[in-house]
Design a protein around this ligand. Structure first.
Ligand code: ZN
Length: 340
C-alpha cells in the first residue's frame, strides 16, 4: 500500500523522452492490511481509529506554513493562459536564469562541445514542436530564446554532432552519446493509493506521497548508487523530476539505465495489467530503508489524510495491490521491521 512511483526517462533520439515505468513500494502496515473483511459496510471501530490518530505526531511545520501563506494570498491569484504570449517575452528577457542554466549544461566546458552538441526542443504557440535546436554558447542560446519565446523547453541528449547540423551528417553517424539520468515522479500514477484526488489533481492530503517518493529516491540514488549531483525540480503541475547529473550517470548506456530502474522497481504491471507490489520473502536492505522513511508518514497519510480504514472498499482497493501469496509472509516482515 505504501508506495511511491517513479519513471525513468530513457535516453532516446527523440526530443520527448520515452518513459519506462517503474515503481517502488513497501508492504502495508499491520493495521488494516490483515482484516480480510467480507461485509460490505464493515467499518473499523471509531475508537481504534481515534487511538491510531492519537499516536500520530503533531501536524508538520510545513503544513502550517502553507496554510498561513494561503491565508495571506490575494483573493484573485488565478492564472490566465491568454496572457502568456504577452508575459513570455518579459520572462525570457528579465527572469530566465541564463547564467546558472548555461553553467549547468556546459559542465565546466569539460568535455568540449558538450553544450553545443546538446539537443533542445521547443514547444511553441499552438503546440508547434521543433526539434534539433542547438546553440554554440550562452549568448546564442539567450538570443534564440528571446526570439522564439518557447512555451516549453525539452532538454535532449548530447550528440556526436551539433543537432542543428544533423541534416548534413549521415543519419548513422548522428548518435546520442550522453544524457542525464532522469526520473519522473508523477502524481497520476498514485490513484490506487489515494482517494482525495485522481489524475493530475493534487491537494495537501495526497502531496505527502510526493514527499515520500522524493526522500526514498534521493536516498537510494545517493547511498545505493553513490550519485552526488541530483537536481530536483517541481514540474509546475503534477509531479517532480530528478536529474542525476554525475558523469557516470550521464554516460550510462540504455541497458545501464534500465538496470538502475529495475533495481528500484517493486510494483510490477502496467496500464493493461493489474499492478502488484511483488515483495520477496526477504526484504532487500534498500526497501527496508524505504520503509523507515515511509513509516514516519504512514499514519498521517493513510489513516488521517486518506481515511483508509473508513470502509471496506477503501482498504480492499489497497489490499488488492498485494499478491495473495505475499499477504501471509507480510506478517513476519512486519515483525522483523519492528525490530529495526
Ligand atoms: Zn489529493
Amino acid at each position: 500500500m505504501k508506495s511511491v512511483r517513479v519513471k525513468e526517462a530513457q535516453m532516446t533520439e527523440s526530443g520527448r523522452p520515452h518513459e519506462g515505468d517503474l515503481r517502488l513500494s513497501g508492504p502495508p502496515s499491520g493495521q488494516g492490511a490483515g482484516g480480510g473483511a467480507r461485509t460490505r459496510d464493515r467499518k473499523v471501530p471509531a475508537d481504534l481509529r481515534a487511538e491510531l490518530l492519537a499516536t500520530m505526531p503533531p501536524t508538520p511545520r510545513f503544513c502550517k506554513v502553507v496554510k498561513k501563506r494561503e491565508e495571506n494570498m490575494p483573493a484573485d491569484t488565478s492564472y490566465d493562459p491568454n496572457s502568456l504570449p504577452d508575459l513570455l517575452p518579459l520572462y525570457y528577457k528579465r527572469l530566465f536564469p541564463y547564467g546558472p542554466y548555461y553553467r549547468w549544461m556546459n559542465y565546466g566546458g569539460v568535455p568540449k562541445h558538450y553544450f553545443s552538441n546538446r539537443e533542445f526542443s521547443f514547444t511553441l504557440k499552438d503546440d508547434v514542436y521543433i526539434r534539433y535546436q542547438s546553440f554554440s554558447d550562452q549568448q546564442d542560446f539567450e538570443k534564440e530564446l528571446q526570439k522564439k519565446c518557447p512555451y516549453k523547453i525539452d532538454i535532449g541528449a548530447v550528440y556526436s554532432h551539433r543537432p542543428k547540423d544533423h541534416k548534413t551528417v549521415k543519419s548513422t553517424a548522428f548518435i546520442a552519446q550522453e544524457k542525464e539520468l532522469v526520473f519522473d515522479i508523477d502524481m497520476t500514477d498514485y490513484d490506487d493509493v489515494r482517494f482525495c484526488c485522481s489524475g493530475a489533481d493534487i491537494c495537501s492530503k495526497c502531496w505527502p506521497l510526493m514527499v515520500m517518493a522524493v526522500k526514498i529516491l534521493d536516498r537510494a540514488l545517493r547511498d545505493d548508487f553513490g550519485f552526488e549531483h541530483l537536481l530536483w525540480v517541481y514540474s509546475g503541475r503534477r509531479g517532480i523530476h530528478c536529474w542525476v547529473c554525475d558523469e557516470t550517470a550521464r554516460s550510462l548506456s540504455s541497458q545501464g539505465r534500465s538496470a538502475v530502474a529495475e533495481y528500484l522497481q517493486v510494483v510490477k504491471g502496467g496500464e493493461n495489467l493489474v499492478r502488484k507490489a511483488a515483495l520477496p520473502d526477504k526484504i532487500h536492505p534498500s526497501i527496508r530503508h524505504s520503509l523507515q522513511i515511509i513509516d514516519k508518514y504512514f499514519l498521517e497519510y493513510a489513516v488521517k489524510n486518506q481515511d483508509l480504514l473508513e470502509c471496506e472498499d477503501k482498504w480492499n482497493k489497497v489490499i488488492n495491490i498485494i499478491p495473495s501469496d505475499n499477504i501471509l509472509p507480510l506478517y513476519s516482515v512486519e515483525r522483523d521491521y519492528d525490530l529495526l
